[in-house]
Design a protein around this ligand. Structure first.
Ligand code: PLP
Length: 376
């Protein structure tokens, strides 16, 4: 028996025949772009997240870059302006900023959450600072009262990267509805995953929604008349139809992820492993501020551990082995806030966590981790 890190086929097989029917519905309609499925998904997802607007786009990176581009078109941001962003994130958050000729200002993480450290932000704010992009990394809410205070005090735009946290809450609001605009990704491996690339922007801002929608469709509102130098970034009907099916199961899937996380946290006792830090291990099942997109542990001897697990038929992954500021494409351009993110990136190891994992499998993973001796 091999325990896969992520078995997408098994995840989607649970929704047969609903998914096949959804695909057939689109095929039979003869209408493949900007039709009724996209419109219905946009309404359903906006209601789910709790925003006035949802605009389906081609992927999560486009969602983020379209938000920033729209702020530039609206005259709210300008080339060379600064966007505060965590240095411990997937590269897409940073690419969306530099693509628009804005400058990412990197902030180190809080070591107990791996999310942006809210108390390291204010010292980086200056006249050119126009926004803060928070990333709910690994599915954990990154919003914090201090961030709201800074956004209000300095009149900044708050942008959320919600690619890893569909369904997560901050208090009684869903992530994706907390700031001015949010980018969502429905990449197949995300908590809400399509069967190809897909993404969305959510916002309560009418003007922003209108421009995002227009730019994503060649910069055109009236066919063959172009207001903006736009791009082609549309959500297609098949992906929207798939997402409409899977959205109905997102909350129960996230609940299963929480159960697995609780089991890991209560039962992994190997002192060589550093587990995610939470207020109370007993209440993880009820804690809606985390949707456990990934279950990331840390270990000084990561390579040996991952090989040991692999030899015992357990697949793992690393999120992420190289932080954005150390990537070849950014090395000469970006500087991290501190060494913390780089150090952490050498210790991270992601254990399997997905709604289809069986009790027997998570028990096997825990047992194997318990028996690992940190030989160095
Ligand atoms: C997946 C991801 C994205 C990008 O989404 P795509 O749909 O792959 O373009 C952006 N930010 C984060 C944090 C992600 O994990």
């Amino acid at each position: 028996m091999i325990i896969n890190f992520l078995d997408l086929k098994a995840i989607n097989d649970r929704y047969e025949p609903e998914l096949s029917l959804a695909i057939k519905r689109v095929l039979d309609s003869g209408w493949y772009l900007l039709g009724t499925e996209v419109k219905a998904f946009e309404q359903e997802y906006a209601r789910y997240i709790g925003t006035k607007h949802c605009i389906g786009v081609a992927n999560g990176l486009d969602a983020l870059r379209l938000i920033l581009r729209a702020y530039i078109e609206l005259g709210i941001m300008d080339e060379g302006d600064e966007i505060i962003v965590p240095d411990n994130t997937y590269i897409a958050s940073i690419l969306a900023i530099t693509e628009n000729h804005l400058n990412p200002v990197l902030i180190e993480p809080d070591i107990s959450t791996y999310n942006i450290n809210p108390f390291k932000i204010e010292e980086k704010i200056n006249k050119r600072t126009k926004g803060i992009m928070i990333v709910h990394l690994y599915g954990r809410n990154a919003m914090h009262p201090e961030i709201q205070r800074l956004v209000d005090k300095y009149h900044l735009k708050l942008i959320e990267d919600n690619a890893q946290a569909q369904g997560c809450f901050y208090g009684n609001r869903r992530t994706g509805s907390l700031g001015n605009a949010t980018g969502h990704s429905f990449y197949p491996g995300k908590n809400l995953g399509a069967i190809g690339d897909a993404g969305a922007v959510t916002t309560n801002d009418d003007a922003l929604a209108d421009i995002v929608r227009t730019i994503a469709n060649y910069g055109s509102k009236v066919k063959y008349h172009n207001q903006y130098k736009g791009l082609n970034s549309r959500l297609d009907e098949i992906q929207a139809a798939i997402l409409r099916v899977k959205l109905q199961y997102l909350d129960s899937d996230n609940q299963r992820r929480r159960e697995i996380a609780q089991y890991y946290l209560e039962n992994i006792k190997n002192p060589a492993l550093k587990l995610p830090i939470l207020n109370s291990k007993a209440s993880i099942k009820y804690d809606k501020s985390h949707v456990w997109h990934l279950f990331v542990i840390r270990c000084d001897n990561r390579t040996a551990l991952s090989e040991y697990l692999s030899n015992n038929s357990i697949q793992t992954s690393i999120h992420y082995p190289v932080i954005p500021s150390e990537q070849q494409c950014y090395k000469d351009e970006l500087k991290s806030d501190s060494d913390l993110s780089a150090i952490l990136s050498r210790e991270y190891l992601s254990l399997p966590i997905s709604p289809i994992l069986k009790d027997l499998e998570i028990a096997e993973i825990v047992k194997t981790l318990q028996s690992w001796e940190n030989a160095r």
